[in-house]
Write a protein that binds this ligand. Structure first.
Ligand SMILES: [Fe+2]
Length: 428
């Protein structure tokens, strides 16, 4: 099991506050990377990075990335490794999203995940700022590239996996596919290293299906930044699922095959729905035929927050949404949109607690999610950056693909929007 490296006294972790205002766009991410480079150079003030001359310099770098073709979409060979891995009936899996910042908080989240002693770990994607080779090396592989103390993505007892995020695609996905993936998978066998940005873990009752929504999450350079224009198909990001991935899902995983029916946990980087932000509906439309007759437990990141929803049914799929994009980025503290709640968005829990470790006071707490599978049940233990339990819930798989959900324990400090009659035991 890979262990995070101990901090070196000569090195420092990336500061979480430095990432506070990073927006989820290619333009802004490249800019912030240049800002950080300047911040390490005491001969120049941080603000200088925003002067027009530096902006043009940075823009050239951005266009250099943007004008390259993105990395080919990797898939599995016709024979041999197919990306479906065995999960024991009793098994532990630890998840984090938007974790790749290299901050001390990211290191704390990694340590918390390892303390769970998981069989597998899964990153839901996003390595900052642009997920290129040096950032993957420093923020995921524990190497020192920019003078910061590197942080290692924690590996489970049997293996580790990672989805692709939009930030990795800002550098065309090359480092994700060529540097990060070869370090993932099941290391006991070279044939079982992670070869693609989608995969499946399954036992007789449960199936974790991880799908890549990030490969098509970056639109046409510059135009994708323009409101209105970026809503034109194929100009802005739509997160559509690649045809080869859908073919793998239909022919290898075969969720519609009566002999292969399982309760399904779907993992994606992008949100299916949200009470806080815009969402991406196209993947659900593409998956409608495969999962229309069952409930999904759908876990995503991308939004830098933690949120728990009841069953959402207005869309193409019936899903219990869980947003865990609080793994490493500064966590957003924002109220849900009243119009979304008024229209029936089933937000149940979110976290408005303020993280006071740094001088930047209006940040929330980072965290991660532990899954404990035991036969037909899976227990979800939502943890914060200090490894404290926030919420414990349990899902039970029905024989026909349905899910029964119950809350077991909740920290009373969480914001609870459920009807009072629901009554959840409190105290973590
Ligand atoms: Fe993202």
């Amino acid at each position: 099991m890979a262990q995070p490296q101990p901090p070196s006294p000569e090195l420092k972790y990336q500061a979480l506050g430095d990432l506070r205002h990073l927006r989820r766009s290619a333009l802004h991410s490249h800019l912030r990377r240049e800002v950080d480079a300047l911040a390490d150079d005491t001969r120049r003030p941080l603000l200088a990075a925003f002067l027009p001359g530096n902006l043009l310099c940075w823009l050239g770098r951005y266009l250099k990335y943007a004008c390259h073709r993105k990395h080919p979409f990797s898939t599995y060979p016709a024979v041999g490794e197919q990306g479906v891995y065995r999960l024991a009936d009793t098994a532990k899996v630890s998840l984090a999203g938007d974790w790749g910042t290299g901050t001390r908080e990211a290191a704390a989240v990694a340590a918390g995940m390892l303390a769970f002693e998981p069989d597998y770990t899964i990153h839901l994607g996003d390595v900052y700022y642009v997920g290129d080779a040096t950032e993957i090396a420093e923020n995921c592989l524990g190497k020192t590239e920019y003078g910061y103390q590197g942080v290692t993505w924690p590996h489970g007892r049997l293996g580790a996996f990672a989805l692709c995020g939009n930030h990795e695609m800002y550098a065309n996905g090359t480092a994700y596919f060529e540097t990060f993936l070869p370090a993932l998978g099941i290391p006991a066998s070279q044939d079982r290293r992670q070869r693609a940005s989608f995969f499946c873990l399954e036992n007789d009752h449960w199936r974790i299906v991880a799908l890549d929504t990030a490969y098509n999450s970056v639109g046409i350079p510059v135009l994708e930044q323009i409101p209105g224009i970026n809503r034109i198909p194929h100009v802005g990001p739509d997160c559509r699922l690649e045809k080869t991935m859908l073919h793998w899902l239909r022919t290898v995983v075969r969720p519609q095959d009566p002999d292969r029916r399982r309760a399904t946990i779907l993992l994606t980087h992008h949100q299916y729905y949200s009470a806080f932000e815009d969402a991406y509906h196209l993947p659900a439309q593409q998956l409608r035929q495969l999962f229309c007759d069952q409930d999904l437990l759908w876990i995503w990141g991308h939004e830098h927050r933690w949120a728990v929803y009841g069953r959402y049914q207005p869309g193409p799929l019936s899903a219990y949404g869980r947003c865990i994009g609080h793994g490493g980025m500064p966590v957003s503290i924002a109220s849900p949109k009243p119009s979304r709640l008024a229209s029936g968005m089933p937000l149940q829990f979110f976290d408005e607690r303020v993280y006071t470790t740094e001088v930047h006071t209006r940040m929330g707490l980072n965290g991660f999610l532990n899954l404990h599978f035991e036969g037909r049940t899976v227990t979800l233990d939502h943890r914060d950056v200090a490894h404290r339990t926030m919420l414990v819930e349990r899902f039970t798989a029905g024989g026909n693909g349905t899910l029964a959900q119950e809350f077991l324990r909740a920290d009373p400090a969480l914001t609870d929007l459920r009807p009072r009659a629901a009554g959840v035991p409190t105290g973590a």
